[in-house]
Design a protein around this ligand. Sequence first.
Ligand code: THU
Length: 130
Amino acid sequence: MSLKEIAREVRQNAYAPYSGFKVGAAIRAGSGAVFAGVNVENVAYPEGTCAEAGAIAAMIAAGETRIDEVYVVADSPTPVPPCGGCRQKLAEFSRGEVPVTLATISGAEHRTTVSDLLPGAFGPGHMEGL
Ligand code: THU
């Protein structure tokens, strides 16, 4: 299955009873393996986690640290951009040129990159030598 198909399928399992806004994410890691995530909300609202964060957590748990491609899909009129925290999370494990596709379930797609989403990102390289 493609990243698109996986993100669309997993989105159906999102747990978003408070916003009603289900999001699915799929990331292709360095080995070629694909990891998926959904948003998981909580009655204590700030404790919710985004779909991208779930996919990244699954990737790290599997022992991978490099993202090569990202696909995010939501049921919205236009493709939904990732929140600031997820932009930083994606940057941690990507290179700037890594492609990110933001999509709607009706099929609209906006193609961007990690560096377009977070120019001048603070990255692990800034911590070298400390
Ligand atoms: N959300 C994501 O999971 N990813 C995004 O890129 C944007 C927003 C979630 C967070 C929250 O559960 C719901 O969408 C509404 O903000």
